[in-house]
Write a protein that binds this ligand. Structure first.
Ligand code: GTR
Length: 421
């Protein structure tokens, strides 16, 4: 019997060691010792000293993230057409203007349509606008009855009564707690939201559906994943904003939660027209340092979501210490523009401490550019935001976007854009 048990153990060994890297560690004492790439040292070992040096170093870092993490966006050869499909002058009990704008992406005879739902304060001239994807359809962000329901693929979701990947009336307002539209608008901000599945349905289909089908289909290990696709379309929405007189395109805040927080960071890094970036609980592949291997790891995320990043990222499954970049450098790509990173105490999967440390290690770039980085190297207590040009808070509770989170982002943006309080 004993022999049989040992034999079974021996046979299982390879599987145990394959599975091992993807077992989540939640024990701070088991975080490996690691050396982060220095954001202010060029790949050839020389130091970044001047602002001009930083521009070159920035391109080096950007190019690594492109080729090794998120993937390169191929050349766009199509057209984008915008159509205002609805307009309401007294939304949210009269405090807001609301419109829905459809962006049709066309290449040859193929078309992908993306619906942008926009709420703006009545006097919107200087209003900063949060641009933020939603997970389940624009109609889930509000109780307003006439907001359109997407006809693209949606995840099945019992709470929203979806079992056939089709959104329905049952989901209306289902995610409204994450979208306190009235509070946002009454503080002088606008919100533009888009169902992320309009852009790319979030499952691994070999990039046959969504926006990628409109591009050259040849793929290699550097080709873009879904996060790069969501980010690219965020920039196309920005193109639209630049044509819309109701929107101040110089004050767009790219904000996102979780996988869409990863997206907001990459969009903010890729397109410097975004005036500010907010990462809510973005975790692995977002704000959290990968080399800590705490909570979700590169191996785990690439296994569960093989379509989010480029194939090169998979080289680092279980080998995060070999990465030529880490996520503090993703934050640094946003400098000198303000970036707010937020964690939640119970969201260990997203590694709150790793998200905080990214802010610390991105700070030297902000300082080089004459801005204040994160004002402390000590992790703050819950609900005590640290505010520099990089801001950070951790709040009690779970992986979510709460009114408290929004209030912090709005306070930060109110000061930055010098809005009336
Ligand atoms: C999880 C994933 C995280 C995070 C999250 C979300 O399953 O592991 O990286 O992105 O989903 O987007 O809600």
């Amino acid at each position: 019997m004993q022999k049989l048990v040992s034999l079974l153990f021996l046979l299982a060994l390879p599987w145990i060691s394959i599975a091992q890297p993807f077992v989540a560690n939640y024990d701070e004492s088991k975080v490996p010792v690691f050396t982060l790439p220095d954001v202010l040292v060029f790949n050839d070992g020389s130091r970044v000293v001047t602002k001009k040096d930083w521009d070159k170093r920035r391109s080096e870092i950007y190019s690594i993230f492109e080729k090794d993490v998120f993937g390169v966006v191929p050349e766009w050869k199509g057209q984008v057409k915008s159509t205002i499909v609805s307009h309401c002058v007294d939304a949210l009990d009269g405090i807001a203007k609301r419109k829905e704008v459809r962006l049709d992406f066309m290449n040859g005879d193929q078309k992908v349509s993306v619906m942008v739902l926009i709420y703006l304060p009545q006097n919107s001239k200087n209003a900063p606008v949060f641009l933020s994807y939603n997970f389940d359809g624009n109609h889930t962000t509000t109780m307003e009855p006439d907001v359109l329901i997407p006809d693209s693929w949606v995840s099945n979701n019992k709470a929203f009564g979806i079992s056939d990947n089709r959104a329905s009336e049952k989901g209306r307002g289902g995610a409204a707690s994450r979208w306190p539209m009235k509070e946002i608008v009454s503080r002088g901000f606008g919100v533009a939201t888009v169902y992320y599945g309009d852009v790319d349905p979030d499952f691994d289909d070999g990039f046959k559906n969504g926006i990628q089908q409109l591009f050259d289909s040849k793929r290699d290990s550097t080709s873009w994943g879904s996060i790069a696709a969501w980010s690219w379309v965020a920039s196309r929405i920005m193109d639209y904003f630049e044509t819309d007189k109701d929107v101040n395109a110089k004050r767009v805040i790219m904000m996102g939660h979780s996988r869409l927080g990863k997206t907001s960071l990459w969009a903010g890094a890729s397109d410097q027209r975004f005036a500010m970036v907010v990462s809510n609980n973005s975790g692995c592949g977002g704000a959290a340092l990968s080399m800590r291997k705490f909570g979700e790891t590169v191996g785990r995320i690439n296994t569960a979501f093989p379509h989010w990043f480029c194939d090169n990222y998979k080289k680092y499954n279980g080998k995060e210490e070999l990465m030529p970049v880490d996520q503090h450098e993703l934050l640094a790509l946003i400098a000198p523009r303000p970036v707010y990173v937020a964690s939640a105490e119970e969201d260990l999967w997203a590694d709150p401490r790793g998200e905080f440390l990214s802010c610390v290690y991105a700070s030297p770039v902000y300082e080089l550019l004459g801005m204040k980085g994160l004002p402390s190297k000590v992790m703050p207590a819950a609900s005590n935001p640290l505010i520099g040009t990089i801001a950070y808070h951790i709040r009690p509770g779970k992986h979510d976007v709460t009114l408290y989170d929004w209030q912090c982002y709005m306070d930060f943006a109110t000061d930055y854009f010098k809005l009336k309080k």
